[in-house]
Design a protein around this ligand. Sequence first.
Ligand SMILES: CC(C)(COP(=O)(O)OP(=O)(O)OC[C@H]1O[C@@H](n2cnc3c(N)ncnc32)[C@H](O)[C@@H]1OP(=O)(O)O)[C@@H](O)C(=O)NCCC(=O)NCCS
Length: 225
Amino acid sequence: MTVLIRLSSPEDAGAIARIAADAKVAAIEAESPRVRKILGEGRTYVAINDDDVIGFVDGFFTRDEIGRRRYELDLLAVAREAQGLGLGTRLTAEFLAAAAEGGAQHARALVRAENAAMRKLCQRLGFHCSRASYALFVGERQSPQGLAPENDARLLSVDTLGYAGVWLEGRLSQESIDAAHRLASQRNAAVIGAAIPSKALAAAALLRANSFRKVGCYHWWTINL
Ligand SMILES: CC(C)(COP(=O)(O)OP(=O)(O)OC[C@H]1O[C@@H](n2cnc3c(N)ncnc32)[C@H](O)[C@@H]1OP(=O)(O)O)[C@@H](O)C(=O)NCCC(=O)NCCS
């Protein structure tokens, strides 16, 4: 099988959405102007065999807590029949090279603890796995009332192929959750996500009290570029 890796175009949306749905990594709305815009931005790579898209990887830049440019590996999937042939590794290597070229100092991926293939792939490419595990919580944006209170949160506004959202990092408090809802409202983002240490039971209780639901158990995999 001869496979070419290239940047995506909006016309790849249907195939990417099908692969993502089959791999159960994300529900991507192929007709959405938001998705089609992302696919034309030069940040998503596709693997092509005989003119067919058989895999893709997508991610974006954020800043870490000390302001360094960071690349987030957000979505990666290979069509079932093409898995285990090295394509996931090739797509990710291409993605990391582009991240480094774009000035990222490091990259990271939040990987489900039980995802053996993704863990092996990260290991093979030189990522390091966090010692701690993290619980990923997701909530839907609400419309908070009143002024923004003081808080220690780090709010990252993100535009992924699956959703527009806000990631809530740093010290979690009712004020920081309210601030995340406020930013999500301003940005018309639907989803708020927070990955907290699995041992942080008080933070988990606070998120649950705010109608967040736990999606699963993950590790951060990081690599310096
Ligand atoms: C994760 C995924 C992208 C890997 O792509 P791939 O093309 O199959 O990966 P590669 O062929 O490059 O193999 C990477 C490593 O995973 C291993 N691997 C592949 N499939 C595996 C499986 N089902 N179980 C365990 N290990 C597996 C390979 O042996 C290889 O390990 P090695 O370096 O020790 O040989 C692919 O399995 C996939 O699409 N999974 C579903 C979606 C997903 O989980 N995405 C990641 C989270 S967003």
